[in-house]
Design a protein around this ligand. Structure first.
Ligand code: IMP
Length: 429
């Protein structure tokens, strides 16, 4: 039996929510290992919609859920999300939610800085979610972060606050902002500490014990591989490693703890925020994909950019993340097209490339090489077996598998959890 890591194989928003929920129901523990409340996972359970940004998806069904050390945690966003869920009747207790005591915090000035920098960046704007994710990770790596465990030791925080002030006050002055108000910050931290601390513990300890006891662990990735700080479309990326390899380090387990890596990919491509997107469509086909796929951001409500499936990028994601099987989502959005295109390579300066180049200017300049395949007129929405799919849709899936060099483990044909064609159960491996 394998533990399973679920990661996005594109630029996020691949429809992880439904698949994670399906796996979370059978997992013993669900762990978030990177990112923060920039993520947006929508779960539809028993006709009720739950929107999660920071909490692991297992929380709604009462599966023990862990926020690992690789996450950056905004304690006020945590409180708001827990409060919202309680209003929806979901219990969140220290038995169902565990937060790594060595997890770095997102503080109010991180959020300010994220917005100030975006506004000042002109054409270099990343299009972040403005939630302070990048600045919080910078402080973590800069050894200035305040962590969850510090909330129990607020009287000992002076050296850390000195480091934070030395860095941030200079930055803030540059933006015409006043220095960090230490007294106000300490008062806010004191107030929120009482909410966060009951959930705090050395989760690595508990996870290693769970693993030794043969429990099923589900690692829930956020964003997607193309937003990875190393492997993504830098600098138009998020500030964490989103690849499956982070599941171990971001939760306090060794690399062998991750068995099956399930990569989620849409049958087409979307992206929110700035950055290169070779197969982006600015025509009525792009509009149609966006409308049929309801492509608006869960967190920011921004309209997502849409384009054809890019097999080069997904093949790259499969490789750098060690994906075992793909969950192909939103196939029904392609229903009714006379022909469907798949990007199989790029042209750059007269050469053909079989991978996405590293340099931002080259990434922006590549032209997609397309293969055009016959579409299908019948609906695939709600299909639950291969027999329910038109032959051309099956052909499309088979061609995608060939091009990305990875088998499809499941196909999702609507937001309903039963509308799924299961080829290979990740937990059964
Ligand atoms: P940040 O993570 O807020 O710093 O944003 C950096 C980039 O990642 C921006 O392009 C965001 O739109 C994108 N991003 C962050 N989180 C998500 C997500 O959950 N889904 C899709 N895009 C995301």
């Amino acid at each position: 039996m394998a533990n399973v890591a679920v990661i996005g194989a594109q630029w996020g928003d691949e429809g992880k929510g439904k698949i994670v929920d399906w796996l979370a129901e059978r997992a013993d523990v669900v762990v978030r290992f990177q990112g923060g409340h920039n993520a947006g996972h929508t779960l539809v359970i028993g006709g009720t919609t739950y929107k999660l940004s920071l909490l692991p998806s297992g929380i709604v069904r009462g599966t023990p859920s862990v926020i690992g050390n690789g996450v950056v945690l905004d304690p006020w966003a945590l409180k708001a999300e827990v409060t919202r869920l309680r209003e929806q009747g979901v219990e969140v207790t220290p038995d169902t939610l565990m937060i790594a005591d060595n997890c770095a915090l997102i503080l109010p000035f991180h959020r300010d800085l994220d917005g100030l920098r975006e506004d000042a960046s002109g054409a270099g704007k990343i299009g972040t979610t403005r939630r302070g994710i990048g600045p919080a990770y910078e402080d973590k790596v800069g050894r200035r972060a305040i962590r969850v465990c510090d909330l129990a030791h607020l009287d000992d925080l002076d050296p850390q606050l000195d480091r934070l002030s030395a860095h941030h006050d200079a930055l803030r002055a540059g933006f015409g902002e006043p220095p960090i108000d230490r007294a106000a910050l300490l008062a806010e931290l004191k107030e929120i500490a009482g909410f966060v601390l009951p959930y705090a513990r050395p989760v690595w300890h508990m996870l290693n014990a769970a693993r030794a006891a043969g429990k099923r662990i589900l690692f829930e990735g956020a964003q997607g591989v193309l937003l990875d700080i190393d492997h993504g479309t830098y600098p138009f990326v998020t500030s964490s490693n989103t690849i499956a390899g982070t599941a171990a380090g971001g939760s306090g387990l060794g690399p062998s703890a991750v068995g099956f890596v399930l990569g989620i990919a849409k049958a087409y491509t979307t992206r929110v925020g700035s950055g290169p997107f070779p197969t982006e469509l600015h025509d009525e086909i792009g509009t149609r994909l966006g409308e049929r796929g309801h492509e608006f951001g869960t967190v920011t409500g921004r309209k997502r950019r849409c384009g054809w499936f890019d097999a080069v990028l997904v093949r790259q994601s499969v490789a750098v993340s060690g994906v075992t099987g793909i969950a192909l989502t939103k196939l029904d959005v392609l229903d009714g097209f006379e022909t469907v295109k798949i990007c199989t390579g790029y042209r750059l300066n007269g050469e053909t490339l079989d991978h996405f180049p590293a340099h931002a200017a080259d990434q922006a300049a590549v032209e997609p090489v397309y293969e055009e395949v016959e579409g299908w007129s019948q609906s695939t929405a709600g299909a639950r077996s291969w027999a329910d799919l038109p032959a051309q849709a099956i052909k499309y899936i088979r061609r995608v598998e060939e091009l990305i060099q990875c088998p499809v483990a499941l196909v999702s044909t609507s937001p309903e959890r039963d509308d799924t064609i299961l080829v290979r159960d990740p937990f059964a491996d």
